[in-house]
Design a protein around this ligand. Structure first.
Ligand code: IDP
Ligand code: MG
Length: 138
């Protein structure tokens, strides 16, 4: 099944100039990048985006980090894209991420872990709609 998923290249990766390298891996894996834009987000945007984590000990630091510098927000399309992108990212904590995953290769820590990916069809739809207008998608 062809799906769309939402991807963020996080501030730690953009600060190291890794966006082209990461997008090469994404394209090589067979995803199509339907839309992509660079921006610096507000606290409000990430408090909404990460609402499911509100109240957790890492929440404030997470919002601080995600608004600390430019990010790239993207829509990826491909066969089973939601799970396929989660698999290519690897586990949240790079210490637990498998060889060959983006987080294993680039993440600095469990918090500064270089990339985001939607975890279900419902989150993918919600997250894409938070960051992109329909006319921005092909
Ligand atoms: P995910 O990004 O792999 O889906 P989630 O559990 O949804 O992981 O957490 C969202 C983000 O919050 C993570 O990608 C990471 O940046 C941050 N995070 C999650 N757990 C921790 C933690 O224990 N310490 C610090 N940051 C965390
Ligand atoms: Mg998550």
């Amino acid at each position: 099944m062809i799906q769309r998923t939402f991807c963020i290249i996080k501030p730690d990766a953009v600060a190291r100039g890794l966006e082209d390298e990461i997008n090469d891996i994404i394209i090589h894996k067979g995803f199509k990048i339907l839309a992509s834009k660079r921006l610096t987000a507000t606290r409000d945007q990430f408090e909404t985006f990460y609402a499911e984590h509100k109240g957790k000990p890492f929440f404030d630091g997470l919002v601080e980090f995600m608004t600390s510098g430019p990010i790239i927000v993207q829509v990826l399309e491909g066969e089973n894209a939601i799970q396929a992108w989660r698999d290519l990212m690897g586990k949240t904590d790079p210490a637990e991420a498998a060889e060959g995953t983006i987080r294993k290769k680039y993440a600095e820590s469990k918090g500064h872990n270089s990339v985001h990916g939607s975890d279900s069809p419902e989150s993918a739809e919600r997250e894409i709609n938070l960051w992109f207008k329909p006319e921005e998608l092909q």
